[in-house]
Design a protein around this ligand. Structure first.
Ligand SMILES: [Fe+2]
Ligand SMILES: [Fe+2]
Length: 163
């Protein structure tokens, strides 16, 4: 699509985050399955459920802007998924993989926060108040997920790294 105005720019960003959220549904399942610690598994499972909501909320944002929901491939999330696959191939210990998964989760939350942090003021600029509220709601849940992961990272027992 050509980008000729603020609305085009907004929709372009929306299509990428819509793609990203859908790919994160797969990624969060993978993070859950590849983690060993129960608290971590539960955290990923819980955020996966929230992510399902994020996808649905984005569909409401498309509606608010009068567009059909459409996903545009986002190389950033693909790169993050690829980085995880490459790490798993190195056959890390359970502890090392858990620690990697915490960091991987944090990176994806930071990325989502950056996406929503830019889309929300654009929605405001376009006078799409409801859309801005919805985007902000997603962003708050990303922030909470990030905080939880950061805590797990800080409390991590590095004695678990050695196989
Ligand atoms: Fe999300
Ligand atoms: Fe997230």
């Amino acid at each position: 699509m050509t980008i000729e105005n603020t609305e085009d720019l907004f929709v372009e960003g929306l299509q990428h985050v819509y793609y990203t959220e859908q790919r994160l549904l797969d990624a969060l399942s993978e993070l859950e399955e590849s983690s060993s610690e129960e608290e971590l598994q539960e955290g990923f499972a819980e955020h996966r459920e929230e992510t399902q909501q994020h996808v649905e909320r984005l569909e409401e944002v498309f509606e608010a802007v009068g567009r059909e929901p459409e996903a545009a491939e986002d190389p950033v999330v693909e790169g993050m998924i690829e980085a995880h696959e490459e790490f798993v191939e190195k056959e890390p210990s359970d502890g090392a993989l858990d620690r990697f998964n915490i960091a991987a989760g944090q990176k994806s939350e930071h990325y989502e926060i950056a996406c929503y942090g830019n889309l929300t003021p654009m929605a405001d600029q376009l006078g799409l108040d409801e859309a801005a509220d919805i985007l902000e709601r997603n962003m708050r849940e990303e922030q909470d997920a990030l905080d939880e992961l950061a805590t797990l990272g800080e409390q991590f027992d590095y004695g678990r790294i050695e196989a």
